[in-house]
Structure formats: C-alpha cells, structure tokens
Ligand binder design. Structure first.
Ligand SMILES: [Zn+2]
Length: 445
C-alpha cells in the first residue's frame, strides 16, 4: 500500500520541502549562508536520528558479535601517517590561470576552464584532511587533523575493545560520528559536504574468511536499505574496478541509490585486509595481532568494513519517500517513510482549540507519547494539519473530537490509505502498534 506512485522527483522539490517543513536549513543563513554546509531543523534532526538509531540497532544491539565505541574527532597525528592519509588522501587539483577557479582534475572534461575557457596551471595533489592546531601555539609540532573517517579509532582501539569486551574473532566494532574532508567540489545538497556523519563498522576476521565476510556484509547492507523502505529498483550494488580501489583495499563495492542527478554512493563495503592493524603495529610499536585460543595460533586479523554516510542516507530516505497523489487543489504531497524512519510516528490533533477539548486531547497525547515519538498540533484547520503531517511523513494521526468527551474514543487516520477508524482510548496504544507494524511490512522495498 505504501508504494509510491511517482517514479522520481527533482532535487529542487526536496530542497524546498526540506526548508518549508523544517528538515534542513542552510548553515548561517542570516549571514548569506556557508557554502555546502547544512543544518538539520526540528523535523530533520528526528529523521536523521532515526536513520542512525535504525542502523545502530541493526548493527550493534540486535547482534552479539558487534560492539560500539564513540571516539574523539581529534587523534594523534601519527595515526594519519600510519593509515596513509597524510601521504595519499589527496585529489588532483588544477587552477584556472585566468579566473583562478579550482577544480578536481579527474572530474573535468576537456582542457579548458568550464567557467571562462582559460588554461589550467600544473596539477598538484591536494590533501583532503582539515588541519588545525592543538594548544596555544600554531606551528608544525601542534598540528592535528580533523578525522577524515571514523574507522581509524576502531583500529587503534582494537586491543582495548577486544580485551574489555572479551569478544572472540570474528567480531566487529561500530561507531557513528562526524568526519571531515576538504572536498574541492562539494555539492548536491547534503550528498557531498565537507563535514558529514558516518556510520562505520570494522569487522575483524580470520585471514582466509575475509572474502566470505565481504559477501555477507554486502548482502546485509543492501537488505538494510530495503528493510527500511528504499525501493529495490532504486538501488544497485556496484563493484569497484581495480584502478579505483583505495590504497588499503583488496575489494570494494558500493550500495548506490538513483538520485535525481544519477547514481550515487550510500555505503561502501570494503575488504581492508590487515593493512591498518599492520600499519599501526609498525608505527606505534604496539603488537595488534590476535591470539586464537582454540586454534592456538596468532595472526593479524583481516577487516571487512561497511561504511555508510548518515547524511546521504537520510537524503535518500527523504527522496525515496516523496510522493504526490491527485491533481490540482486535491493534490497531496506525502512522504511514505517506514515508521521507524519517519520523524514522528504519531500526531495528536484536537479537532479545535476549544477549551472543553484541550484536557482530553492532552490526556490522549500523554498516553501516546509515552510509547511513540509524537507531535501535538492544534493550529489551523484539521484538513491543513492532515496535509502538514502527510508532508513530514507522519504515519498516523489521532484526532480528538467533541464525541471523545462522551464516548472516550478517538479517530486514527492512516497516512497511506487515508482510512479512518474509531477506537477507544484504552485500546489506542495496541491499535497504533498494529497499524505501524502493518506499515513496516508494507514499506519493505
Ligand atoms: Zn577560468
């Protein structure tokens, strides 16, 4: 039932809806904005939090072979020497000699500047890490970097986590957190930004089992997006060619989504081999090998990494949920989110602001919000409020009317079917739960 009638939508439509309904605002807008930097508003923060919570639950809480950490953004500068980021985390940069605009050389077609037709100077390698200084002295000795990926914290904490959690290989370490890449050409709304949030998991396994685990995590990742409502026909698994593999990877594949501008990566599942643990062992002098007490042998584990972008995933959920129904004045915009991704699961709407109704409506709100993420909305006409809830993708609206005062019953309206049923307040929680469960099943992509 939740299947979208629209096959596609434009990015402009989504950017404008995102602003109008409080999903995403431009950063520092009153100062003219900061280019390619975005802020999540009251509705958007709930959406993104739900995406992260859904991932954390699937990846950590529902499994006994993955544990979490929350590491600092700033790390010892030697981490980036060992990982190879200081030397090779670069993009080829060219600058126009006439207008001084800068481009990524590998993204250019032709020899001339797309802006003015001028000629380019010599290309140079541009490191994507943000630099800053720790403490009051701004010199090389005080230089630290904003992490360009969360993964390195899982490698440098491998032994701490393994010994304190008493996990045996195979097991994984997961983290959600901000990363920073000084992209030469960010763009496409929240898809490519210089500050972004990652959801990464490093899965440590015995050498020789890594190919199998790579396949396992590829399947897991694809299924995760479908489970939470992204349509299967909008997703592909793209295997990387040998020449696009980063320095640490033996094999990589992307889950890509069909964005309005074309296919774009949501998640990369990489076989990082024993590259990182070995590099940190060598640089730090601390042995990061593992003793398998069943096989009585010591080895450096291989690592398979599913690495997902939280912001671009939230954008894909937003785009994929977008639908329009009917025409002209009757047209309604509806976001058909999976109930666990929707910013709010329920809205409680008193028919009017009449003071006779308010105590009952607030009582219903208290009952509902104890169990579900709920918005209370009593402004404007009931029809407009239904439309507003449709536009932010709230699965169920509970309406409190004057009959409620006498019969202790309310109306539940379903976002997708627009069907309304009357239930008594003491059966409301169960009725909401049943409808949400049905919508979870229906929204599987
Ligand atoms: Zn130019």
């Amino acid at each position: 039932m939740a299947k979208r009638t629209l096959t596609g939508t434009t990015l402009d439509t989504i950017v404008s809806l995102a602003k109008r309904r409080g999903f995403v605002f431009q950063s520092s807008e009153i100062y003219g904005g900061l280019s390619s930097v975005w802020d999540y508003g009251p509705v958007g923060v709930e959406l993104k939090r739900n995406v992260k919570d859904a991932w954390w639950k699937s990846m950590v809480r529902d499994r006994d072979d993955v544990v979490g950490i929350d590491a600092s953004i700033l790390m010892h500068p030697d981490v980036w020497v060992a990982s190879g980021h200081l030397d090779s985390f670069t993009d080829p940069l060219v600058e126009c000699q006439d207008c001084n605009k800068r481009y990524r050389q590998d993204q250019l077609e032709g020899e001339a500047c797309p802006n003015c037709g001028g000629a380019f100077g010599e290309p140079r390698q541009f490191n994507l890490m943000f630099k800053t200084f720790m403490g009051p002295v701004e010199d090389d000795a005080a230089t630290v970097y904003m992490r360009p990926e969360t993964a390195q914290a899982m490698f440098v904490n491998f032994e701490n986590v393994q010994t304190t959690s008493r996990k045996k290989i195979p097991f994984g370490i997961a983290q959600i957190g901000k990363s920073f890449r000084n992209e030469i050409t960010p763009g496409n709304f929240t898809f490519r930004t210089r500050e972004f949030e990652q959801m990464e998991m490093e899965f440590f396994c015995e050498p020789g089992t890594d190919d199998e685990w790579h396949e396992y995590w590829k399947d897991f990742s694809m299924e995760w997006f479908k489970k939470f409502g992204i349509r299967g026909e909008k997703l592909i698994m793209r295997v990387h060619e040998a020449d696009e593999l980063p320095h640490y990877s033996k094999a990589s594949a992307d889950v890509e989504y069909e964005f309005p501008w074309g296919w774009g990566e949501l998640e990369t599942i990489s076989n990082r081999t024993d590259f990182d643990l070995k590099a940190h062992t060598e640089k730090s002098g601390k042995d990061l090998s593992y003793f398998d007490d069943q096989k009585k042998e010591r080895y450096v584990p291989f690592v398979v990494e599913p690495a997902m972008g939280a912001d671009r995933s939230a954008l894909a959920f937003l785009l994929d949920a977008y639908d329009e129904e009917g025409e002209g004045k009757e047209m309604r915009v509806v976001l058909r989110f999976h109930p666990d991704i929707a910013p709010y699961q329920v809205a409680v709407l008193p028919l009017s602001r009449n003071e006779k109704l308010t105590p009952t409506a607030r009582r219903v709100y208290d009952v509902v919000r104890a169990q579900f993420n709920t918005q209370y909305d009593d402004s404007q006409s009931i029809g407009r409020r239904y439309r507003r809830q449709d536009e932010i993708g709230t699965p169920l609206c509970v309406t409190v009317d004057f009959d409620t005062i006498d019969d202790e019953a309310v109306t539940i309206r379903n976002r997708d079917t627009m069907e309304q049923i009357r239930v008594s307040i003491d059966k409301l929680e169960g009725a909401i739960r049943d409808q949400l469960n049905q919508m979870r099943v229906d929204s599987h992509g």
